[in-house]
Ligand binder design. Structure first.
Ligand code: AGP
Length: 613
């Protein structure tokens, strides 16, 4: 998944583009480049991070007030100078930056080569520039816009595109299908980006392009149309995020900032929705489909990665609180399995970015088969949030760190509110129980704050003892089995240590063979109804000299006595425990990764949102 920016106005385009690309580096950062027009087309691009690009632009004195830029997460062609964007047409007159995948690029490239075109890269993107130039220069009475439309109609796949042509020195051409693209509307200047972060410091007015749409942009105006040349009038939205929400706010990494933001992000997620005084839960985004949710014969949850883990917590929540059968699917499996889903089913898709290709495809598959599809997303205006029938935003604020933290807890809060609201309507929880749950839910932000204040130092010290452990095991039961998976994923993706999460009882069916004095075993023993069983599991690990790190409720001395290290957290009702037990695991993975010198916010091989298959 890549990041795209564009600018036209009176500022130095190079500065605006570089600053914007730095804000998008979390989307992909193996190479970067810009094309700037100033009477001629100037290109600066190469392997490496945006800071290298910035040096090149300065060293080569690239000046101009219009340009496009790109930061890459390679899908076709290794990360190197020649495969970095922008890609040029053969004449050098047209430059293209692209986010997405062209699935038929091999056949298109073959035909273009047969017709005499020469290519310089192994990317799929380059065929857009070459095919566009061929159509534009060989077709009679075809405007450049129409040539773009004709080009896009030959493409199978996804794109977020920005194109410049030296023949039109004051215009940028953009188009989108399957990869996000926004237009920021300024005063005599326009901004283009893959998301709001490069735009918000200049303007809060944005236009979201939808699939199958393109626009022609100059410093004063923009014209949106479909690729069938039908003019459109698009709504101008006001952005709700601020620039400081995007900055690190003094923390060494976005991930740590986002871990410590959780008391607020959880409170923001409940704001205006959970009413303790009236014992109500109001979820405006799904008010119109509440009947379908209450009467659903089952709920199918589809997601990827951390969002799949929150979906697993959702399964326990809906089945416990609303007595609705739930199945949780990897979106990537669901989409290709000829799934049995249809009328009467409700699908819940969960996605922080709202752009994950597999989750979007699962959504479309379920809709095609007649299911009602609801979304839980963090990014307003994201594709998934705009294609679901209804949904609930997590309101966690921008999550920049690639490893998801505050989005996970916010997703679990939304699932909790949905399950409670459904159970209250179905009568599967009494008014008295509902009041107890709602009261306890309102206390969670303070309990998370308490954990962050009381446990952070301890966890930081303990992490230094396990920095070079080659493996980790995470064990949990019931609501905390998904938390064991999430804790393991956090450690894997930012410290590169191999870690596995397991249902604690599953150990004796094989994995217990892994345990010896070299194996740290994180045991999540913070739910009342499984406590005795967890103690037996801890004994089993101890008998094999495993090094036990337990996450436990403060009053649970049995667990403490059996553990080499124990992290005490406040207690809560079992079904809310994931919101608390995950916090120490986020901190543990963060400190171990920092000790190992890993790039915590931009781990190797990863991107914040996987908008390709
Ligand atoms: C989580 O830390 C990872 N970054 C990754 O697993 C992520 O959760 C997954 O790619 C899904 O992303 P989404 O929530 O934006 O759809």
């Amino acid at each position: 998944m890549c990041g795209i920016v564009g600018y036209v106005g009176d500022r130095e385009a190079g500065e605006v583009l570089v600053k914007g690309l730095k804000r998008l580096e979390y989307r992909g950062y193996d190479s970067a480049g810009v094309a700037i027009m100033n009477g001629r087309m100037s290109i600066q691009k190469g392997k490496g991070k945006v800071v290298n690009l910035e040096k090149g632009i300065f060293a080569n004195g690239l000046k101009g007030h219009i340009g496009i830029g790109h930061t890459r997460w390679a899908t076709h062609g290794e990360p190197n100078d020649v495969n970095s964007h922008p890609h040029m047409s053969q004449s050098g007159n047209i430059a293209v930056v692209h986010n997405g995948i062209i699935e038929n690029y091999t056949s298109l490239k073959k035909k273009l080569i047969e017709r005499g075109r020469t290519f310089s890269s192994q990317t799929d993107t380059e065929i857009i520039a070459q095919l566009l130039e061929e159509i534009y220069t060989t077709s009679k009475d075809v405007t450049f816009e129409q040539a773009i439309q004709l080009t896009l109609k030959q493409i199978v796949g996804t794109y977020g595109l920005a194109i410049v042509n030296i023949e039109f020195p004051d215009k940028i051409f953009i188009a989108r299908k399957g990869s996000p693209l926004l237009l920021g509307v300024g005063e005599n200047e326009m901004f283009i980006a893959s998301d709001a972060s490069p735009i918000v410091e200049y303007t809060n007015k944005v236009v979201y392009l939808d699939d199958g749409e393109m626009a022609v942009v100059d410093k004063y105006s923009y014209e949106v149309k479909t690729i069938d040349d039908i003019a459109l009038t698009k709504e101008v939205h006001e952005l709700a995020i601020s620039i400081d929400a995007i900055e690190k706010a003094g923390y060494p990494h976005f991930m740590l900032k986002e871990i410590f933001e959780q008391p607020r992000s959880i409170a923001d997620c409940m704001r205006g929705r959970v009413n303790v005084k009236e014992n109500t839960i109001q979820l405006g985004g799904i008010a119109d489909v509440m009947e379908e949710l209450v009467n659903a014969k089952r709920i199918v949850i589809a997601a990827c990665g951390t969002s799949w883990h929150s979906g697993l917590v959702g399964e326990y929540l809906f089945e416990h609180l609303a007595k609705t059968p739930v199945e949780v699917e990897y979106a990537s499996e669901f989409r290709y399995r000829d799934p049995l889903i249809g009328e009467g089913d409700v699908m819940l898709v969960i996605s922080q970015s709202g752009e994950t290709a597999d989750t979007l495809a699962a959504l479309r598959e379920a809709k095609k088969r007649g299911a009602k599809v609801l979304g839980i997303c963090n990014v307003v205006g994201s594709t998934i949030s705009r294609e679901t029938d209804a949904g609930v935003f997590t309101h966690a604020g921008p999550e920049i760190g690639v490893a998801s933290t505050k989005a996970f807890t916010a997703q679990v809060v939304v699932l909790t509110m949905m399950a409670l609201a459904t159970g209250m309507k179905k009568g599967t929880i009494s008014k008295k129980e509902a009041a107890r749950y709602i009261k306890e839910l309102s206390l969670i932000p303070d309990k998370v704050d308490q954990i962050l204040k009381e446990c952070d130092e301890n966890i930081k010290k303990m992490a230094s003892l396990f920095t070079y452990a080659p493996n980790f095991l995470y064990l949990g039961r019931s609501y905390n089995f998904p938390v064991a998976l999430e804790g393991a994923l956090k450690l894997k993706e930012i410290s590169y240590i191999h870690a596995e999460g397991y249902p604690a009882a599953e150990m004796k069916h094989g994995p217990i063979a892994l345990i010896d004095e070299m194996m740290p075993v994180v045991v999540i023993a913070a739910t009342d109804h499984t406590n005795d069983k967890m103690i037996s599991n801890i004994e089993e690990v101890r008998a094999r000299k495993g090094r036990i790190i337990s996450i436990m409720n403060s009053e649970n001395s049995d667990v403490k006595d059996l553990s080499e290290f124990s992290i005490s957290i406040p207690s809560t009702v079992d079904c809310f425990s994931p919101l608390l037990t995950v916090i120490p695991l986020q901190l543990l993975s963060y400190y171990i990764a920092v000790n190992r010198g890993c790039n915590v916010d931009q781990p190797r091989n990863l991107a914040k949102s996987v908008t390709v298959e």
